[in-house]
Design a binder for this molecule. Structure first.
Ligand code: HEC
Length: 115
């Protein structure tokens, strides 16, 4: 009888450890989507999602895409435009997180400064 009780308590202990470690592992994937670091890489996002229309250095102009090297838009307006889209440009709010949109907007600011 004594051995049976301790087996049950060990099983319970293992069970609780399992639940606790699952809880810890479940948290990080919920908060980040693309990059494993906390700050998303704007350049990597640009190369993945924006090159098709804007080109590697921002001046390709595919499907009427604005020339990002000549863009005068301030950062906040770029964030809003990338989030909500405009005319032929698709909105990215369902594709990129808010942090990723900000990071890629920052990156486009560098494209227009390298002029
Ligand atoms: C489907 C093609 C397409 C893709 C993909 C695309 N864009 Fe655009 N983008 C456009 C078009 C077209 C415009 C011009 C919109 C307008 O004003 O009519 C534009 C405009 C912009 C502007 C405004 C520039 C200005 O001065 O008005 C920014 C900034 C911009 N895009 C950034 C991005 C970023 C960052 C990405 C990737 C996350 C991206 N775009 C992906 C087509 C695209």
């Amino acid at each position: 009888m004594h051995t049976k009780v301790s087996t049950v308590s060990i099983l319970l202990l293992v069970y609780y450890l399992f639940i606790a470690s699952c809880g810890q592992n479940a948290e990080p994937p919920a908060s980040n989507s693309v990059a494993s670091s906390s700050t998303p890489n704007g350049e990597a996002i640009y190369k993945k999602y924006c090159i098709a229309c804007h080109g590697a250095i921002g001046d390709m102009g595919m499907s009427g895409a604005a020339n990002l090297q000549q863009s005068q838009l301030p950062l906040e307006a770029r964030i809003a435009l990338i989030r909500d889209g405009r005319n032929m440009m698709t909105p990215f709010k369902g594709i990129l997180s808010e942090e990723e949109i900000e990071a890629v907007a920052h990156y486009t600011m560098q494209l227009s400064q390298s002029n």
